[in-house]
Write a protein that binds this ligand. Sequence first.
Ligand SMILES: [Zn+2]
Length: 233
Amino acid sequence: MWLNVAGLILILIVLCYALIPNLLTRVFRVGAVTRGPAEPVVALTFDDGPDPNYTPALLDALRAAGVRATFFVIAEKALERPHIIERMRREGHDVQVHGYRHAFVPWLTPWAAIRQVAGAASALKQRFGIVTRFYRPTWGLCNLASFVPWWRASHRLITWSIMVGDWRVTEPEVLLQRILKRLRPGAVIVLHDSDETFGAEAGAPAGVIQLIPRLVEEVQARGYAFRTVAEWL
Ligand SMILES: [Zn+2]
């Protein structure tokens, strides 16, 4: 009997702590920004970098296309590869928080979940002078601590409106068609500039880099302008 009650309480705690926050943000789209205002504007965002093998080439492609993007970075990698972050800033890109490490947040303790944001934000501020305002949780998954108001006031949760499976090696043309099919005013497109994350296929970001010129051309031809998250939201 007591074992059953304890088991029930445990299930309830897990539901409230790790599951319900993700149902809200991912399924019901409550509590997290998923898209911008319904204007002919889109945000191009990249998760998981900075990556020494791909991010510099991606920055080259963005510069050639004349587009500024938003990078949701892993603070630990940013500290290891400061020259890439400095280049992002020099070239007018927006740098925001993806986490201190690429952790599975639903399993983290409240303190560790908060450190994912607060620790990353303070590292980016101290090392680079970057004041971040947005947090995209790793894998888009959070827990109840991610809703703690004292840091949510400083960092808004953000996910995306268009995700196309670019973490697997995919033909750039296929990625392009998937994006165009779902393109709407206010879209937030998420792509990845690293294959170091668990679940990513080696070499996948090369297709993302190849995609950039065509993507920019096709999106602009449909009357959309690109904005960074910070200047737009
Ligand atoms: Zn990620």
